[in-house]
Design a protein around this ligand. Structure first.
Ligand code: XIL
Length: 332
């Protein structure tokens, strides 16, 4: 559990905290003992004081949106760029926020040079990548998304270069390597469309169970929670949280956002608020749901419009950094 005050209290009628205009009186991070996070980008953090101020006030975990991905840190073999990741980790340290490392092994945003390696070399390079990155931030990253999106919707393994060349066993290997590099970090498997009970979340559940039985150092399941109000709220969300936490691992909501077919209106924002509320309340209902992180906090910078044409407005704050109904649903 996080080591910060859960809520600021007024002693003997003395006001100890002044609410900023146009947001709830208590920041999101202080209404719960769970980590409350957002994906962030180093460039906005450096160049937008208002973005930085809202992030600092409302959240106590940060997840680099792209800065720790392989394609960012080593786009060309042997040429490293840690500048963005370093800046975010430095910000976190200075502001007493935790970092969720994202992500060590993913088929996407993977440099071509890695994908082109023959099996034996790929294994060595993968080991070096995982150990170099985890060691660099040892003691500064609370949790890592070790493997990201390794399953298909039907629960079979995604056919990535790692699987093709190294076999399914690469998953256990990368957890062991990451654990050796920083034994204190909690190591997660992370995926989307695994909020409810379905073939994909069944596969995640089964794999975690197997890995735990084999002594592989996996400590958590990251549920991305990229939702859209076009679809129903995921079925059996709480049942899924219940079975995962019963395995003895932590669960984190790692990338929550709720897309709206544009343009947003009051009714759509209300539906969005109920989706965010259900996601939040479900997490809070389980002691081992230890983190609630959103994939960006402002509609000014969300990945949604670029990737889902016709959808947007997926965050808790609007483009002007004003809290939306979804924010007030969570933090009335
Ligand atoms: C996205 C970023 O938000 C974009 O800026 C980038 O262009 C592509 O990746 N699942 C994940 C995240 O695990 O890493 C993705 O982030 C969104 C989906």
């Amino acid at each position: 559990m996080k080591r910060v005050l859960v809520a600021m209290t007024a002693l003997a009628g003395v006001t100890v905290w002044q609410a900023p205009a146009a947001s709830a009186s208590v920041p999101l991070k202080d209404i719960t003992d769970r980590y409350v996070g957002s994906a962030v980008a180093a460039s906005y953090l450096a160049n937008e004081p208002d973005y930085r101020a809202v992030l600092t006030r409302e959240f106590d975990n940060v997840t680099p949106e792209n800065e720790m991905k392989w394609g960012t840190v080593e786009p060309v073999r042997g040429q490293f760029d840690w500048s963005g990741a370093d800046a975010i980790v430095r910000y976190a340290q200075e502001h007493h926020k935790t970092v969720r490392g994202h992500t060590l092994v993913w088929h996407s945003q993977l440099p071509d040079w890695v994908a082109a390696l023959p099996a034996g070399e790929l294994r060595r390079v993968l080991r070096d990548h995982v150990m170099t990155e985890v060691k660099r931030y040892k003691g500064k990253v609370r949790a890592w998304d070790v493997v990201n999106e390794i399953f298909n919707e039907d629960g079979t393994r995604r056919d990535t270069v790692f699987r093709q060349k190294l076999g399914d066993g690469f998953v256990a290997d990368v957890f062991r390597w990451a654990h050796a590099a920083d034994p204190a970090a909690t190591l997660y498997i992370n995926d989307y469309n695994i909020e409810g009970i379905n073939p994909k979340s069944d596969a995640v559940y089964d794999l975690v169970k197997t890995l735990r039985r084999e002594g592989v150092p996996i400590g958590g399941v990251g549920i991305q929670a990229h939702l859209s109000i076009q679809y129903g709220f995921p079925a059996e969300y709480r049942e899924n949280l219940a079975r995962l936490t019963k395995l003895g691992v932590d669960v984190a909501i790692t990338e929550a956002d709720v897309r709206i077919p544009t343009p947003p209106d009051a009714a759509k924002l209300d539906t969005q608020a109920s989706y965010f509320g259900r996601l939040w309340d479900g997490c809070m209902a389980f002691r081992r749901c230890v983190e609630f992180t959103t994939w960006g906090f402002t509609d000014r910078h969300s990945w949604v419009p670029g990737v889902f044409p016709g959808e947007g407005a997926a965050c808790l704050f609007d483009e002007n950094l004003h809290p939306k109904p979804a924010y007030f649903r969570i933090n009335p």
